[in-house]
Write a protein that binds this ligand. Sequence first.
Ligand SMILES: Cc1cc2nc3c(=O)[nH]c(=O)nc-3n(C[C@H](O)[C@H](O)[C@H](O)COP(=O)(O)O)c2cc1C
Length: 233
Amino acid sequence: MAHPASGLPRRFVLLLGLGTLAAGVLAACTPKGTDSMPPSSTPPTGIAPSAGGGNGPTSSGKRVLLAYFSRAGENYHYGSRVDLDVGNTQVLAEMLAGAVSVDVFRIVAADPYPHDYDQTVARNLEEEQDDARPRITGDLPDLGGYDTILLGSPVWNSQPPMIMRTFIDALDWTGKTVQPFVTYAVSRMGAVQRDYTQWCQGATVGDGLAIQGETVNDARDQTEDWLRQIKLV
Ligand SMILES: Cc1cc2nc3c(=O)[nH]c(=O)nc-3n(C[C@H](O)[C@H](O)[C@H](O)COP(=O)(O)O)c2cc1C
């Protein structure tokens, strides 16, 4: 059965999570060169102003929080594996934060996810089956001072990692605009927009930005287009 949001069969996505991708589909993912962005060191948790300004309204007058989760370590890469010093979603988050005035909050798991890809897949499946709320390190931000939240994560098993649910459940989303952004291997947005619409009670959730993880270093034009489209620049 096709997964409702991704258009991919659910079983396909599960297989991807387990590291078994059909060669035909992979052939469709043409590798691109990386016009590299310097990897940053692991940023601290807690609110930090962005290189794009931070702590002030955007040119549109909106106060924006960028909150994201990303996992460095062994990951999927065009059917093979790669060791990422900086997670793909972190690269994307930093690109966005460099282009617009935002405060940045990095969601860090209190119990870090394994370096190993297959172990992470297994843990994620368990967390989904248990409807878990993996704990987050440190104090969470107060959304009171923000109009818009850019909410970023990888796509895991065609949906947001459960730690995004922990973050969302702890905060008051009433009246907020949520603009999702994700990195993925094949699922594009998957069910992320649909899930955030259900989880962020009282918020308006935009269509979102989805960037294939393997191409994230080349995503600057897409991020700038998206920021213009959602009227933050
Ligand atoms: C546990 C796990 C599950 C994943 N499931 C999917 C999936 O269902 N669909 C997909 O397109 N990519 C999937 N991926 C690939 C990631 O979404 C992709 O590599 C992403 O760019 C990783 O971002 P990060 O480095 O910020 O964690 C999965 C990766 C992991 C580790």
